[in-house]
Design a protein around this ligand. Structure first.
Ligand SMILES: Nc1ncnc2c1ncn2[C@@H]1O[C@H](COP(=O)(O)OP(=O)(O)OP(=O)(O)O)[C@@H](O)[C@H]1O
Length: 590
């Protein structure tokens, strides 16, 4: 069972729990024997009414009770510690793994399922580790010793214990055959509730804007209701368990007293032995119950272990090479070359990008334009290796990107995604985010950050905040505008001093004037950086040194704005749809 594998790093603690449980079991198993002696000797035997004898026996029994209590408490503490450490390690491993996933791998599980696996499933495993350590080890010890005692004092009553065990087995089998199928679906129902909750929180504004609250609430209610039904069914079935078990035990006790009293009357058994027999019989039934319950619960936790291990066993498609290669010290910097690059999303039917070739150069701006869905974002995501090309190569400064260590590559390529994302914290923590990862040790760190913010045209935003760089940013950057978010995301990339700055439609929320100022500042301040910019607006790319026109993933034109207006009908069409003939410098009707 995979769950035992999780305990591999905790051998010493597990051994300590076993030793403590053994002490607890032996203490508890001694009590019925003393009880029997008290009845046989101190109540009806030679020492009847002897206070000294009874006091001595009571003290001994108290000693065993305290011993059992201490051992049980300590074993509980150690078991909980082990379970909590196992859970923490699993959460860390899952999280670290997910950090290495490409978007395709995240989508394979869905974000909400990854969250459930990292939290709820790990919690299930933690609970089970405690049960496993405390019950599973305790029950067999108690059961075996009790059986030995029962056989010793039996007097022909052992068959009652056998019958009680069969009854326990019957109850456990029926209850679990009813509930197991529900256990299995329960985790996927938790996934679904999380998925809907996440989707609704993300789309709250859209839901409100379209007045779809009732519809969404009904959808959530349905998923939540399915989970409630599954949980209720399981819990109802489980609440039957204890009363049924008590019934089995009480019937067994009555049967022992009934048949045992005949033995006592006939002188074949002493009253105290019968009492001890009842206690041992109950211990056997209890330990059998625990073992059979755990045997059935274990597969349930295995479902959670399986779900967690499914994440851990994914081999990310984009990973560090075994022997990373760094560009030569004298190699040209900022030369990102796409050489006959093709890309197909996993499980997609066709290529999104095919046979694309172009190169960037330091101090030059390369722009990618094309109609929506033509593959522009996909193409530039290949630069920082968010995906790897399925054909052709992407090289940076003469080295295949796949040969470079991811940290090195990503410190050289500053990538600003379409949706500039900000983390909860401050403007400073957000802008310094990438620089900190690159191990930047600027003696005057604020100056570097302020310069990046200035180039990104976000200086005004910092100036108008009372706290300046320390102004708070809410989770997801929801307390700044879309355009401010984009500018801070650009500043974050600039603060790492990249060789190549990839801007994926990062000007889309900026007004024309800010867009123009930002482009001028980039050209002025970043003379050694190669800029690769995806843009929808022709006005944004008109001044680029090279424009690559994409149509359905293929390059249909390459050149400057003027060249493309003459040679590339697709570019001309896009340009005409956005700018007047006069703005394009074309004759009317051209
Ligand atoms: N994760 C994905 N899995 C499968 N297909 C995808 C994925 N992401 C994008 N696509 C598909 O790839 C194609 C290109 O998408 P991409 O986002 O690169 O286009 P784009 O030119 O940047 O579009 P836009 O200008 O609208 O942002 C689209 O047809 C899209 O449906």
């Amino acid at each position: 069972m995979r769950i035992f594998g999780l305990l591999r790093g905790h051998v010493a603690e597990v051994a300590a729990v076993c030793a403590l449980l053994l002490v607890q079991a032996l203490c508890e198993l001694s009590l019925p024997r003393y009880m029997s002696d008290i009845v046989n000797v101190g109540v009806v035997g030679a020492q009847a009414g002897n206070a000294a004898y009874l006091g001595h026996m009571a003290l001994v029994m108290l000693g065993f009770c305290v011993g059992s209590l201490v051992a049980a408490t300590l074993s509980g503490l150690v078991a909980s510690r082990v379970a909590a450490s196992v859970a923490r390690d699993l959460r860390r491993d899952v999280f670290a793994k997910v950090m290495s996933f490409s978007p395709a791998e995240v989508n394979r599980f869905s974000q909400s399922s990854l969250i459930t696996r990292c939290t709820n499933d790990v919690q299930q495993i933690q609970n089970l580790v405690v049960i496993l350590l405390r019950m599973v080890m305790f029950a067999p010890v108690m059961g075996v010793v009790a059986v030995v005692q029962v056989v010793g004092t039996g007097g022909g009553l052992a068959w009652i214990v056998g019958a009680a065990l069969l009854a326990v087995l019957g109850v456990v089998s029926v209850l679990f055959s009813l509930t197991m199928p529900r256990f299995r679906v329960m985790q996927s129902l938790v996934d679904r509730v999380n998925l809907l909750a996440r989707e609704m929180l993300d789309g709250l504004m859209t839901i409100r804007a379209f007045g779809r609250q009732d519809h969404e609430l009904a959808r959530f209610d349905a998923a939540s209701g399915d989970l409630r039904d599954a949980q209720l069914f399981v819990n109802r079935a489980m609440t039957l368990m204890m009363p049924l078990m008590m019934l089995v035990m009480n019937v067994a006790t009555v049967a022992i007293v009934w048949f045992g009293s005949h033995g006592v009357a006939a002188g074949a058994m002493r009253a105290g032995d019968m009492m001890a027999f009842i206690s041992y019989a109950m211990m056997i039934v209890m330990s059998f119950l625990i073992v059979s319950m755990v045997a059935v619960i274990l597969p349930r936790a295995e479902v959670s272990v399986g779900r967690v291990q499914e994440v851990l066993s994914v081999e990310p498609a984009v990973r560090d090479p075994e022997r990373p290669v760094a560009p030569a010290a004298d190699a040209p910097r900022g030369r990102l070359v796409f050489d006959h690059v093709g890309f197909r999303y996993p499980d997609a039917e066709g290529d999104v990008v095919s046979d694309v070739s172009f190169a960037t150069a330091p101090g030059k701006v390369t722009a990618i334009v094309g109609s929506t869905g033509s593959g522009k974002s996909t193409l530039v995501q290949l630069a920082p290796r968010l995906y790897d090309p399925t054909s052709g190569t992407v090289t940076l400064d003469g080295v295949d990107a796949r040969q470079m260590s991811l940290a090195d590559l990503r410190s050289r390529v500053g990538y600003v995604p379409q949706q500039g994302f900000l983390f909860s914290g401050t403007i400073r923590s957000n802008v310094a985010f990438g620089a900190a990862a690159a191990g930047e040790k600027d003696p005057r760190p604020d100056e570097g950050l302020l310069r990046a913010i200035d180039v990104a045209q976000a200086a005004e935003l910092v100036a108008e905040k009372d706290d300046g760089l320390d102004a708070a940013i809410a989770q997801g950057g929801t307390n700044v505008s879309g355009g401010q978010r984009q500018r801070l995301a650009i500043a974050r990339a600039l603060a790492t001093h990249p060789e190549v700055l990839v801007l994926d439609d990062s000007f889309s929320a900026l007004d024309y004037a800010t867009d123009a100022r930002l482009r001028q500042a980039l050209a002025r301040e970043c003379a050694d950086i190669a800029v690769l910019v995806v843009a929808q607006r022709v006005a944004t790319v008109m001044g680029a040194d090279q424009i690559v026109v994409l149509d359905e993933g293929r390059v249909v034109g390459k050149g400057t704005h003027e060249e493309l207006l003459r040679t590339c009908p697709e570019y001309l069409e896009i340009a005409k749809s956005q700018l007047s003939a006069a703005e394009l410098g074309l004759e009317e009707g051209e």
